[in-house]
Design a protein around this ligand. Structure first.
Ligand SMILES: Cc1cc2nc3c(=O)[nH]c(=O)nc-3n(C[C@H](O)[C@H](O)[C@H](O)COP(=O)(O)OP(=O)(O)OC[C@H]3O[C@@H](n4cnc5c(N)ncnc54)[C@H](O)[C@@H]3O)c2cc1C
Length: 468
C-alpha cells in the first residue's frame, strides 16, 4: 500500500496505544514504523506509570504484611524484618526493563521499525524526526499525556521534595510526612505505597469526596477504609501555594469554598491532580489539526481526526486516561487503517484503583443512572458474607450491582475487594453480551471464591441472596 511513502502507517508514541497499534498494523500487512522520543518503548504506562506503580504497590504490600504483625494471626512470626528501599527500587526497575525490552522484541518480530526521536508534523503525510523527514500514507498520533501542573506548586523531581508521580515512584527514602495533592487514583495508589513503608500520609482533595467519577457509595466507603488504614484525608480543601526550604515544604491550604488559610509541613509533596494530553511540539497546525478546549484531539468513530489519513488514540483523545482504553483503540484504529472494521465499546471501559482493597468499576454509577431518570434496582453483597474472604481474614468491601428495574439488564457494577480488579472482568464481559442480573445469579461460580460475591450481589438485585 505504500505508494510513494516511506510507510503505510507511522505511529507517533509507543505507549500502550501506539505500540499495540503498530504491532496490529504490521500483523495486517502494513509497512509500519513507530517514533518514540523516550529512550525506551512502552510510554508512560511501562516506564513511569502502571508498571512501576504496581511493582511498588506489590512490594510495599508484602513489606507491610511482614512488618506490621498482620501475619501473626496465621501463625507466622517474623522478627527483624527490614526495608531495603534500594533493592525494592531495583526490582521495580528490572520489571520495567524486562517489559520495555519485550516491546522492542515484539517490534522486531513483527517488523515494525522503531524510529528514535521527537516527531513534529511537516504536513498531513510527513513528520520531521531530528534532521530526517519520514513520510507515511497514514499517521497515528498516540502521544499520550503528562502531569498537570498546579500553579504555585513547582515540581522538581530531582530535589525529592515537591514531586509528580514519576518522582514519587523513585524517592530515595521514606518521607516522614507526605502530602498528596489530589485524592484520585494515582494519589491514592502512590500514597498507599509510602503509607505502607512507614510515612504519615495526608491527602488533600478539592472536592467533597475522594475518587471523583466513581460511584458515590464506593467513594464514601473507600474513604472510611483508607482512614482506618491511617490516611489523613482532607476533603473540600484547596492548596493555594507552596514553598520549599531545604528538605521541607510548607503548603498553604484553605477550605475549597473560602475561609481561613492554614499551613501544612511536609517532607514530600506529591502533585497528583490529573494529566493533560501531549500535543506541544507536535506542530499539529502543519497537518491542519487543532485541539478542543481541553487540549485533546477529537476523532470520529474510526479514530480518524478531521484530516483524512491522520488518526489519534489513547490519552491524547477524549475519554478515560487508561492503558487498556489506549490499547483497544490502538487495535481498532489499526484495523480501520487496514480497511477493516475496528470496535471499542466506550461504555464498557473498566476502571481499577490498585490500593488495598482494590476498587473496580464498570458501566454506570448509581448517580449517573438516577440522573438519566432510569428506574433501577441495586443488589449489594458484603465480603463479610463470602466464605473465601472470611477464610482469608480479608473481608473489607462489597459488590454492588445496578440493574434496570424493568429489563433487569445490568447497567453497572462497583466492587471494593482485594480482588476487585480481577472480579470486574467477569461483569464487564457479561455486560458486553447484554447480561441481566438474573443471568449472573444463575451462572455457576466456583466455591470458595471471591467471585461468589458477584453472584450473590446479582441475586440481591431480586432481594434473594443466600449468605446474608
Ligand atoms: C503513576 C501512574 C500510574 C498509572 N497506572 C495505571 C494503571 O494501573 N492502569 C491504567 O490503565 N492506566 C494507568 N495509568 C495511565 C496510563 O499510563 C495511560 O493511560 C497510558 O499510558 C496512555 O497510553 P498512551 O499510549 O495514550 O500514551 P503514553 O503511555 O503516555 O505514551 C505516549 C508516548 O509518546 C511519546 N511521545 C509524545 N510525544 C511525542 C513526539 N512528538 N514524538 C515522539 N514520541 C512522543 C512519549 O514519550 C510517550 O512515551 C497510570 C499513569 C500514571 C502516571
Amino acid at each position: 500500500m505504500t505508494d510513494n511513502f516511506d510507510y503505510d502507517l507511522l505511529v507517533i508514541g509507543s505507549g500502550p496505544g501506539g505500540y499495540v497499534a503498530a504491532i496490529r498494523a504490521a500483523q495486517l500487512g502494513l509497512k509500519t514504523a513507530c517514533v518514540e522520543s523516550r529512550e525506551t518503548l512502552g510510554g508512560t504506562c511501562l516506564n513511569v506509570g502502571c508498571i512501576p506503580s504496581k511493582a511498588m504497590l506489590h512490594a510495599s504490600e508484602i513489606y507491610h504484611e511482614a512488618h506490621s504483625g498482620a501475619l501473626e494471626k496465621f501463625g507466622i512470626k517474623l522478627t527483624g524484618t527490614k526495608l531495603d528501599l534500594k533493592q525494592m527500587h531495583a526490582e521495580k526497575s528490572k520489571a520495567v526493563e524486562e517489559l520495555t525490552g519485550g516491546i522492542a522484541f515484539l517490534f522486531k518480530k513483527n517488523k515494525v521499525d522503531w524510529i528514535k526521536g521527537h516527531a513534529a508534523f511537516e504536513s498531513a503525510n510527513s513528520v520531521k524526526v531530528g534532521k530526517k523527514t519520514v513520510t507515511a500514507k497514514n499517521i497515528m498520533i498516540a502521544t499520550g499525556s503528562s502531569v498537570t501542573p498546579l500553579p504555585g506548586v513547582d515540581i522538581d523531581n530531582s530535589k525529592h521534595v515537591i514531586v509528580d508521580s514519576t518522582g514519587a515512584l523513585d524517592l530515595p527514602k521514606v518521607p516522614g510526612h507526605m502530602v498528596v495533592i489530589g485524592g484520585g487514583v494515582i494519589g491514592l495508589e502512590l500514597g498507599s505505597v509510602w503509607l505502607r513503608l512507614g510515612a504519615k500520609v495526608t491527602v488533600v482533595e478539592y472536592l467533597d469526596k475522594i475518587l471523583p467519577g466513581m460511584d458515590g457509595d464506593i467513594r464514601k466507603d473507600a474513604a472510611r477504609i483508607f482512614k482506618k488504614q491511617g490516611f489523613d484525608i482532607k476533603t473540600s480543601t484547596k492548596v493555594t501555594g507552596a514553598s520549599v526550604k531545604g528538605k521541607k515544604a510548607t503548603l498553604t491550604i484553605e477550605p475549597a469554598k473560602g475561609g481561613d488559610a492554614e499551613t501544612l509541613e511536609a517532607d514530600v509533596v506529591l502533585v497528583a491532580i490529573g494529566r493533560k494530553p501531549n500535543t506541544e511540539g507536535l506542530a499539529l497546525d502543519k497537518a491542519g489539526l487543532s485541539t478542543n478546549d481541553r487540549g485533546q484531539i477529537e476523532v470520529g468513530h474510526d479514530f480518524q481526526t478531521s484530516v483524512p489519513g491522520v488518526y489519534a488514540i489513547g490519552d491524547v483523545t477524549p475519554g478515560p486516561m487508561l492503558a487498556h482504553k489506549a490499547e483497544d483503540e490502538g487495535i481498532a484504529a489499526a484495523e480501520f487503517v487496514a480497511g477493516q472494521q475496528g470496535i471499542v465499546n466506550h461504555d464498557l471501559i473498566p476502571g481499577v484503583v490498585y490500593t488495598h482493597p482494590e476498587i473496580a468499576s464498570i458501566g454506570k454509577t448509581e448517580e449517573e443512572v438516577k440522573e438519566a431518570g432510569i428506574k433501577y434496582k441495586v443488589g449489594k453483597f458484603p465480603f463479610m458474607g463470602n466464605s473465601r474472604a472470611k477464610t482469608n481474614r480479608d473481608t473489607d468491601g462489597y459488590v454492588k450491582v445496578i440493574a434496570d428495574a424493568e429489563s433487569d439488564r445490568v447497567l453497572g457494577a462497583h466492587i471494593i475487594s482485594s480482588l476487585a480488579g480481577t472480579l470486574i472482568a467477569q461483569v464487564t464481559q457479561a455486560m458486553e453480551f447484554g447480561t441481566t442480573s438474573e443471568d449472573i445469579a444463575y451462572t455457576c461460580h466456583a466455591h470458595p471464591t471471591h467471585s461468589e460475591a458477584v453472584k450473590e450481589a446479582a441475586m440481591a438485585v431480586q432481594g434473594k441472596p443466600i449468605h446474608i
